[in-house]
Design a protein around this ligand. Structure first.
Ligand SMILES: Cc1ncc(C[n+]2csc(CCOP(=O)(O)OP(=O)(O)O)c2C)c(N)n1
Ligand code: SF4
Length: 283
């Protein structure tokens, strides 16, 4: 099978209900390109599993032909961690929105850095709760006017890259959804990273929070970085609150340290036998 046929097999025939032109289409394309490339190099389609949250981003569950669980809002990350514990041979991807992760699921994000489970978190950050027609999330800019906040969001946004660094996440990257090739390259590096990898994807929503869209001219690509001090400087360059400053894209920080499945003897055993708990119980 050539790579295009593999990519085709990663798609579904479900009707796509994203708004025409939504950058979620581009994230889906990057993911398919990455997985097709990896399958072409010897990975198996059934080795991949996903969890998705609830939101526009989460509809990717219907368009990507891999196994998975469509989760409760804010809970896609702990469910993904559960899958990595149930079968450490799987390559687990978790697709989550900025509202779901940085509001409802923020605690799971910090603990994921401590556990360093071997999986990849992909955040579709449109700085808005879009599926529910555009309320402010933890990364929305101050002053964002919505039906729920007619006077404008009072609070300043968090900087999730800084939280990731403070939480000891071992792979931290940022991409632009519109740059499909670069995003696909970073997703591949994230999947190959031994440990917990996190990719923050800037994904404009074409319907809500238009003021913060189109930051492409501020973005620039950085070489892969392993220096923590440099990573902290890179994280500070853009504050999520304005269109001021530069927005570094690429691997902001990567640290090689043992992942959970390299430290737990039970998980090491499952990996050696290439099975999950269920197969162990049945054997
Ligand atoms: C516990 C819980 N709280 C709130 C909701 C309502 N809800 C469903 S989708 C959604 C917005 C999702 O926003 P985000 O995670 O940023 O994803 P996007 O739609 O922007 O891709 C909300 C608030 C819910 N389903 N469950
Ligand atoms: S509302 Fe926004 S995020 Fe949702 S599908 Fe439409 S453009 Fe995309």
């Amino acid at each position: 099978m050539d790579i295009n046929q593999i990519k085709q097999k990663l798609g579904t025939t479900n009707e796509n209900t994203w708004c025409p032109g939504c950058p979620n289409f581009m994230i889906l394309e990057s993911v398919k390109q990455t997985l097709a490339n990896l399958i072409n190099k010897g990975y198996k389609q059934e080795e991949f599993a996903m969890t998705t949250d609830i939101g526009c981003h989460a509809k990717i569950f219907d368009y990507l032909n891999i196994s998975g669980i469509y989760c409760l809002h804010g809970r896609a990350l702990p469910t993904a961690l559960g899958i990595t514990l149930g079968n450490p041979n799987l390559q687990v991807l978790s697709f989550i929105g900025d509202g779901a992760l940085y509001c409802e699921g923020i605690g799971h994000f910090m603990h994921a850095g401590r556990y360093n489970s071997n999986m990849t978190l992909i955040v579709h950050d449109n700085q808005s709760f879009s599926l529910t027609t555009g309320q402010a999330t933890a990364t929305s800019q101050q002053g964002f006017k919505t039906k729920a906040e007619p006077l404008g969001e009072l609070n300043k946004p968090i900087n999730p890259i800084k939280i990731a660094l403070a939480s000891n996440i071992s792979f931290i990257a940022r991409c632009n959804a519109k740059d499909i090739k670069h995003t696909a390259e970073i997703i591949e590096k994230a999947i190959k990273h031994q440990g917990f990898s996190y990719i923050e994807i800037i994904q404009d929503c074409l319907i809500f929070n238009l003021d913060i869209n189109n930051k492409d001219s501020l973005m620039y690509k950085i070489p892969d970085n392993k220096d923590k001090k440099k990573a902290e400087q890179l994280a500070d360059e853009w504050d999520y609150n304005s269109k001021k400053g530069k927005i570094p894209l690429g691997i902001i920080y990567q640290e090689l340290r043992p992942s959970l499945d390299q430290e737990w003897p039970q998980l090491l055993d499952l990996k050696k036998k290439k099975i999950g708990w269920k197969n162990l119980r049945d054997s």
